[in-house]
Write a protein that binds this ligand. Structure first.
Ligand SMILES: Cc1ncc(COP(=O)(O)O)c(C=O)c1O
Length: 501
């Protein structure tokens, strides 16, 4: 059986290697005193660790890469040999060579678990990208829901597709955003996670290929892994430029995945916003490949730049909802404690999903649905979101300033929306910083949690959910953690408790 799930061509690999130059991370090919084969091996290793080249991606034949890089074939052969020795490459005669990560690497096997609030103030929790409720809107919404409750009290309370009033309000919201939608195209779920779980159960079972952005949202990656899906990572474009469309086309063509899961709006963890043209092209490429595109809009309301013009939703390029299944949620725009998410798709897809979710949770709490209905139908939704955006913008600016002050060699692009900053940790291991941070009272998820197979070791994710003074203290503790890691002092540190998010 072939072990690779995607491939990277010689010109593409040459381009990726070239883009590393001058970024202070690798010695350029043929650089001072480093043998050329070593520089090449280091460059490829870094591309794998950063997720720029996915794990299990077939590399070009030695001869082709040598020609593309204008180096000798012996150089490429020696680099491949070195990578094989270090566990970053596997080869089989006739099948070629494909990327890997060494056995025993700290692969993430868990998703993101929030720390209980009672964990105390001594630990700053940067693990969870969810904010406090935008009061007074939560209280008002629940009061409004209580007033609407009496007629429902006389029913069985079991609404597997969601309350008709909320389905209508959500459909109206899509229509107002320019994508005409009927209530039959909406199913209310228990958070976006409930939506993705139902979709995975119905569409992407054991052994099915699912293409995902690399990096992507850790909990969805974990959910799909546990469902037995074979994840095919596709690297994001650099500098928050959205998707790498040529890479997507190649994966859709070569791997023909059953499903692809993408976050077009303020991507978690990078914050990237896919431009409208990319949305159109990805929908077309997925349709041509027969791949179902799942577009997670959980972050879509979190534009942080005033006046930022948002592209049309991904489903605008498949309004019937046969090729694109949209997932939404009130968790980030309003409050995660309500556990309200939804799916928008064609009515018969919705019917299949309603049947698929029945074995998991039967339905979503009526009172919570009434609260979101109240928000959407009274205008409270817009006011609450305006408040949420203002708070998040302030928090984002504080985190950015604090990291620049305390960790000047950390490198990132400031996102225009969303809840997270994806930071390169100045060449240090993000996992080690996370371990050291936990001992110093700051809990931060390291990059590999957002990668498919050990990629992104040089990253951490920082959320915009803590107030400015806390961000300042968190960055100062992280700087101390980074100093410990840089000095090698953490090697002797015992492994911390296992709840690192
Ligand atoms: C992209 C994305 N999808 C889904 C979720 C989970 O959402 P919910 O709380 O609605 O289950 C999150 C939470 O961080 C997220 O960032």
């Amino acid at each position: 059986m072939t072990r690779w799930t995607s491939s990277v061509g010689a010109p593409q690999l040459a381009r990726l290697l070239g883009s590393q130059h001058g970024r202070g991370t690798v010695t350029p090919l043929g650089g001072r005193r480093t043998p050329a084969y070593r520089s090449l091996a280091d460059g490829i290793r870094l591309l794998v660790l950063e997720g720029r080249v996915p794990v299990a991606a077939r590399l070009p034949a030695e001869r082709e890469l040598a020609a593309a890089l204008s180096v000798s074939r012996t150089t490429v052969a020696a680099a491949y040999e070195a990578l094989r020795g270090e566990g970053f490459l596997e080869s089989r005669r006739g099948a070629g060579s494909w990327t890997a990560v060494p056995a025993g690497s700290p692969l993430p096997t868990r998703a993101l678990d929030p720390l209980p609030p009672e964990a105390g103030e001594s630990m700053i929790d940067l693990g969870c990208a969810a904010a406090i409720a935008p009061e007074p809107w939560l209280t008002r919404a629940v009061q409004g829901a209580l007033e609407e409750l009496p007629p429902y009290a006389h029913t069985h309370g079991d609404y597997p597709a969601g309350l008709p009033a909320l389905r209508q309000a959500l459909a109206d919201r899509y229509t107002a955003r320019g994508v005409p939608t009927m209530p039959e195209q909406i199913m209310v779920t228990t958070g976006a996670m409930g939506a993705v779980a139902a979709i995975s159960r119905l569409m992407a079972g054991r052994g099915e290929r699912v293409a995902v952005e690399s990096p992507s949202y850790a909990n969805v990656l974990q959910l799909m892994r546990e469902a037995g899906a074979r994840l095919v990572p596709v690297a994001m474009a650099r500098d928050l430029a959205g998707w790498d469309l040529p890479a997507w086309r190649q994966v859709l063509r070569d791997a023909a995945p059953r499903m692809a899961y993408v976050i077009a709006d303020f991507h978690n963890p990078t914050g990237a916003l896919a431009p409208e043209e990319q949305r159109r092209e990805l929908v077309e490429a997925a349709r041509a490949a027969g791949t179902l595109l799942v577009a997670d809009e959980t972050m879509s309301e979190l534009a942080l730049e005033p006046g930022l013009e948002l592209p049309r939703p991904v489903c605008a390029f498949d309004p019937a909802g046969n090729a694109v299944i949209t997932v939404g949620s009130a968790s980030k725009s309003f409050w995660a404690g309500l556990r309200i998410g939804w799916v928008r798709a064609a009515p018969d897809v919705i019917r299949g999903l309603v049947a698929a979710r029945a074995y998991a949770d039967l339905g979503t709490p009526v009172l919570d649905q009434l609260a979101v209905t109240w928000l959407l139908t009274t205008g409270g939704w817009h006011e609450a979101i305006a408040l949420r955006r203002a708070q998040t913008r302030e928090n984002r600016d504080a985190v950015v300033a604090a990291v620049r002050r305390h960790l000047p060699d950390w490198d990132f692009t400031v996102p225009r929306g969303g809840l997270t900053l994806w930071a390169r940790t100045g060449g240090l291991s993000g996992s080690r910083i996370a371990e050291a941070g936990e001992r110093l009272g700051v809990r931060v998820p390291s990059g590999p949690r957002f990668g498919v197979d050990g990629a992104f070791e040089g990253y951490v994710r920082l959320p915009f959910t803590v107030a400015p003074p806390v961000a300042e203290e968190a960055a100062s503790r992280l700087a101390e953690a980074a100093r410990l890691v840089a000095s090698g002092a953490t090697a002797a540190v015992e492994t911390p408790r296992t709840y690192v998010a």
